[in-house]
Each structure stands twice: as C-alpha cells, then as structure tokens.
Design a binder for this molecule. Structure first.
Ligand SMILES: Nc1ncnc2c1ncn2[C@@H]1O[C@H](COP(=O)(O)OP(=O)(O)O)[C@@H](O)[C@H]1O
Ligand SMILES: [Mg+2]
Length: 316
C-alpha cells in the first residue's frame, strides 16, 4: 500500500508541470478563444462533425432579455449558460414547470422575473473572467441515459476524457450530488469516478479529494460499472480535440437518452483531480504519448490510448 502510494506520488502531474510542460507547449494561445467561449466551441465542433447539445437561443444584449423570457415561458425544459462561464457558475438547469414557475434540477422553483434577473447578471459579466460583458446561451436539456443516470442525484453525469496529442490518456465519470445542484463539477461537490480506459469500467471514486465507495445520496456502489457506449465516448473525445486544435485538454462527454454521446464542454486547463479518481499519475502516460509517432486516424489514436492504459498496468 505504502509502496503504491509512493509510486503514485512520483507519477502525479502537478499544476506547474501541467502549465509549463503541457499547456504552454501543446496549446496554441489563439485556440483558447475557441474553448473559453461555449458558443465558439459549438461552432468549431459542428465544423468538425462532432455532436453537441443544440443551442436554442442566444441573448446578447439587455434589451433582448424580455423577449427571451417570453420565449422561455413557452418551453418546458432548458439550460441557461453564460457563454464564457466556467466551473458550473451561472448555470441554471430547468427540468420542468409548475404553473408559471420554472423547476430547477434541485427542485427549487424560479419565476420568470428571476430568470430575467439572472440573464441580466450574465450579460453584465457576473460569471465571465474579469467581469467582461457576456452572452447568455439557452441550450437543450440533456436527459441522461439510465445507466449513469441511476448514479446521479438530480442532474447530468458526464465523462471527462483527458486527451493529449489526440490520444485519450485518462478518464473519469463525474456524478452530480445533492450538494452540487444538478451540476457535475467536482469542486461543487460532485463525485469523480475513475474509468479504466481499456475496459470502460469504473475503478475508484473520490469526493472533495477523499476516497468514497458509494454515492453519498443514493448509496449505490460506484465501482465496477460499465460506462455505456464506451468506444463512441472515446472516439467523440478525440474528434473534439482534433476539431479545436488543442494538444492537451479535457473533453466532457454526456450520454443523452435520445441522442447518445454528445460533447458538452471542452477545457483547455483541465483539473488534475482525475489522477486521484484513477489512483494513477499522468506523467508516465504523457511521456509515452509525447515520444510516440502518432497514427493519423482518430480510431487508431483511441486504440493507442486504450493499449497504453493496459500497458502501463490499468488496475494496479
Ligand atoms: N444541456 C445541459 N443539460 C443538463 N445539464 C447540463 C447541461 N449543460 C450543463 N449542465 C450541467 O452543468 C454542469 C456544468 O456545465 P458545463 O457546460 O460543463 O459548464 P462549466 O464550464 O461551467 O463547467 C454540467 O456538468 C452538467 O451537470
Ligand atoms: Mg464543465
């Protein structure tokens, strides 16, 4: 046990090495613009033939807020999202209606005027870096398919795939909890569950940096779950990385009941907690991929990532 911990510690990628060795070296500065704006991301993904939840409306100016609210009054379910937001901030997931009120994932309700006030905050830059003016996106609600859906408390789980030079290197499922209010972000209280790249089965889980065995609200065992459509999830992640031209990024894939795997979001500065959820450091994997001569096709790069996971000993 102690030897294993020591080995993991020596293999873990820290934030400084991530920044200098990988972000700086492999992510061209001009490409950040595409992932830091969720509307621009959708355009790039569509151009690369990568499926994502559809964009219903975009609100760009305060004078459009009233009209948007009137449109939303006619819709049952949708998600409000600041185009330049991050970390789940400013996201409102509306899952239904009760009379003229909008019901959030948590069960709390909002009035039309609360949505208008929220839209005004988003436009004023309340959730964008440096408080710059922003746009508010209205996106189609993702309805999780039942396998991972059964492991999340009122929200959409996603699969974070870390892709380096177009090769998937680590993955984890992120599960919303009561605390995280419909969002799967780890720092909001979501649970991170490592996934063995080779088999697509869950391995270990963490919440707030500590190991957990069962979902805190649902009591279900988190390990040994086969993630549905696993090969498609990896294929989508790799093609999303190709579409935006970043060398080191986190791709968040959701599994929608009707549409199958969709790319929800891309992150050019992916967190490193994924290593803890997998009990596995990134450095040996990244060093192997950095030296490899890479196949051109997405399918072969997926196969390479899965072989490396196995090669470097996936369930040690
Ligand atoms: N279209 C959607 N349908 C349902 N839930 C969503 C949708 N978009 C986002 N969410 C929830 O909000 C979380 C954060 O959304 P995301 O697009 O990843 O933005 P952020 O950059 O803030 O992390 C997701 O992990 C998911 O749980
Ligand atoms: Mg996200």
């Amino acid at each position: 046990m102690i030897a294993a911990l020591r080995r993991i510690r020596s293999e873990v990628l820290g934030i400084n090495r991530r920044n200098h060795g990988y972000l700086f070296a492999y992510n061209p500065r001009a490409r950040y613009r595409v992932v830091d704006d969720k509307q621009a991301t959708k355009v790039a993904l569509a151009a690369g033939g990568v499926r994502a939840p559809s964009l219903r409306h975009v609100c760009e100016a305060q004078w459009q807020v009233r009209r948007l609210a009137a449109r939303l009054a006619a819709e049952r379910e949708f998600v409000l999202k600041p185009a330049r937001g991050a970390g789940g901030a400013g996201i409102v997931v509306v899952v239904g209606r009760r009379g003229d009120r909008f019901v959030k994932a948590s069960g709390a309700t909002l009035r039309a005027r609360d949505l208008e006030a929220h839209a005004c905050d988003v436009l004023a830059g309340a959730y964008s870096p440096g408080g710059r003016a922003d746009r508010m996106l209205v996106e189609e609600l993702v309805v999780p398919e039942p396998v991972l859906g059964a492991f999340s408390y009122r929200g959409v789980p996603d699969v974070r795939v870390l892709v380096f030079r177009g090769v998937p290197v680590l993955a984890m499922v992120r599960l919303p909890t009561r605390r995280s209010d419909g969002r799967a972000n780890l720092h909001l209280g979501g649970v991170g569950v490592g996934v063995d790249l080779a088999s697509g089965c869950t391995t270990f889980a963490i919440q707030a940096g500590h190991p957990v065995r069962v979902h805190p609200d649902l009591g279900r065992m988190l390990t040994g779950v086969a993630v549905p459509a696993w090969p498609e999830v990896l294929d989508l992640a790799v093609r999303a990385a190709d579409a935006v031209g970043l060398g080191f990024l986190g791709v968040d894939v959701v599994l929608d009941e009707r549409h199958g795997p969709l790319v929800l979001e891309l992150n050019a500065r992916p967190g490193l907690g994924i290593q803890m959820a997998n009990r596995r450091g990134l450095r040996p994997l990244l060093e192997r991929v950095a030296r490899a001569s890479l196949p051109v096709s997405a399918g072969e790069r997926v196969a390479l990532g899965r072989a490396l996971a196995y090669d470097c000993g996936s369930s040690r």
